[in-house]
Structures are given as structure tokens and as C-alpha cells.
Design a protein around this ligand. Sequence first.
Ligand code: SAH
Length: 216
Amino acid sequence: MDEARKIRLLLELRRQGIADTAVLGAIEKVPREAFVPEAFLDQAYENIALPIASGQTISQPYVVASMTAALEVGPRMKVLEIGTGSGYQAAVLAHLCRRLYTIERHRDLSEEATEKFKLLRLTNIVMQVADGGRGWPEQAPFDRIIVTACADSRPEELIGQLRDGGIMVLPLTAPDGRGQRLVRLRRDGDIISQEDLMGVRFVPLVPGIADSAAST
Ligand code: SAH
């Protein structure tokens, strides 16, 4: 049942313009049903975002595929993700890179994701509960950085942890303050170029670590 649904989803992603076979292959390898709450299991392979714990969301497969493709990940790369959430995006990336570092500010989400990575034997993922806006200075620089929560302005500390020639994909509040744009930054020495990719809707990047009762 899930396999047929997954194939239908992959065909839909192709129709929507995702042509990168490595990205499609990684999506095929990751059981999205392992990352959605039980109440939404029947919708695991729908091309929609779904709610997870702590008032957060697992991103829409099309957005995961688009961001992953835009990141141009290679097998030897060290990649940093901000906003582990369900862990789904991290699992997809882990199939494409050497090591995936991921930071989440909600401890419960981080612990749940750790369990899933163990279950799926994704041994190249390293997790941390912290404020992702600070990045992971001890492990910097990174070849690629992906942010899966929306910042109001360019996160300079993260950009500082991007290797020369590196790429960062992130949602930013639109210049007119209405909605969000997915953007791609490329570092060329001290020059950072910015490319607009598409409109998106992410939960906000919230500074600090969440206290256990908080829902944002
Ligand atoms: N990549 C996720 C989508 C996560 S939604 C997935 O595939 O499911 C965004 C996540 O970013 C939420 O879990 C939220 O708690 C987290 N987040 C928001 N601000 C953060 C911050 N400053 N540091 C780390 N994580 C943050």
C-alpha cells in the first residue's frame, strides 16, 4: 500500500519539475510514514505538510525535494541542517552526503528523531539540542547549510560557517514583509550571492532553546 503511494508521490514530484535522480532516489529510500504522527499515517505519501509535536510541521515532500535539489549535495560533503523537526529532511539528506549535522531547539522532537535515525540505521546523522541560529561552530565550516525554519533576515552567524564555494538554502521573510521566499546563497570568498527560488511557508526560526512546555 505504502509502496504504491510512494511511487505515485515520486511521479508527482517529477511532474512538478524535480528531475535530479539522486534526490528522487533518496526520497524513495526514506519511509516518510516513519516520521509522521500516527493520526496522519494514511496521509504520509500525500504531497502536503503535516503537523508534528510541539506545534511544528514536517515539510511538504515537494518542498523537501526542491530544497534538497537546490542544495546540490555531493557524497563527500558535510551538511548542516537547522530545524530537525520530524527528522525527515535530515534522513533524505543523510543518503546524499557524508555527514549530516542537525540542530533542533525542542528536546522532545530531537529525541524522537534520534530514535527514528537509529531505527533506520542512519548512522551518519549527528544531532544537537541548541539554538540553530548560532550554528555549530565546533564543526564549521560546512559545505552546505539548509535552514528549515523562516528567518526575518540573513542569519550572518550561519553564513560565517559556510565553506568558500558553499551553498545555503533557506526561507526568508519576503522583502515586503508578506509571505516567505526560499532563497539560495552562494559564498565566493567574501561575496555572498543570493538567488530567489520560490514562495514557501515555514514555521518561524525562534531564537533560544524551547522550554519543555512551550509550543513555539
Ligand atoms: N526539517 C523538518 C521541518 C521542521 S519545521 C522536517 O523535515 O520535519 C522547523 C523546525 O525548526 C521546528 O521543529 C522548530 O522547532 C525548529 N526551529 C525553529 N527555530 C529554531 C532554532 N533557532 N534552532 C533550532 N531549531 C529551530
